[in-house]
Design a protein around this ligand. Sequence first.
Ligand code: NAD
Length: 262
Amino acid sequence: MTLTHSPRKVAYITGGAQGIGRGISDHLLANGWQVMVVDIDHEAGEQYLADQCKAQQEDSNTRLSFQTVDVCDESAVAASIAQTVEVFGRLDAVINNAAIANPFQGALESLSLDSWHRVLDTSLTSSFLTAKHAARHLREHGGSIINMASSRALQSEPDSEAYAASKGGIVALTHAMAMSLGPEIRVNAVSPGWIDVSDWQKTAQPETLSAQDHAQHPVGRVGHVEDIAALVAFLISDKAGFITGQNHVVDGGMTRKMIYQE
Ligand code: NAD
């Protein structure tokens, strides 16, 4: 499980036990990275480790480590980043992916302050916390941060205030951090549109997508986890050395689509 002082690059992925985060982890492992996944869902993390072992993907299971962490807890975040550097010997990328991924937390007039805080803390505040504690390690090798925003930072449906605010905050946090942490550390946001994560959950969550679900996208389909993972891998690579402070929308063209009533 532990490789110390390896020249392989190391990524720290929050909320990586399931969904898009797990897809990013798989992609990076397949491309030679070492990965520390942290997630509040212990069972999902253990299952991910077990699945990696079963798959016997070369030595990728030895390059994956998991810690149960609540990313809203500053001391737990600080300890897990320190542990990552201890286990793998370095830190090259932080991917702030954890969130309460359901945008609909209730109607504005009945939304509790606790729910509001929980949504903002899990996505926005946690991205500040990881950057705060990872920056000195990332600086050593010219590292990179990815903050997972959403197309909901740019457009909305009703009853999604906390989620939209958290994601809009992430876009702003991203350009602010890019200014503060450059030139050594690049910081980018990725804003997914509708991504089908049903095959990437701890428990199977079969989702039947209709022909209309796909057809309404200008590219003719709903997004795949791999669509996001491939972009993240590019943005944290040396090939993206001139890209920082940006929000990269990956939504099959939905936020560029003009909709008129017929
Ligand atoms: P998901 O629910 O499958 O995965 C989120 C993970 O975060 C889960 O494993 C969960 O246990 C973990 N998590 C939640 N609270 C945590 C906490 N306090 N500490 C640590 N881990 C915690 O969701 P997903 O669909 O894969 O979304 C991943 C990211 O992509 C999120 O930031 C989400 O807002 C964003 N996003 C997703 C979509 C989409 O269509 N799936 C669209 C736009 C943005």
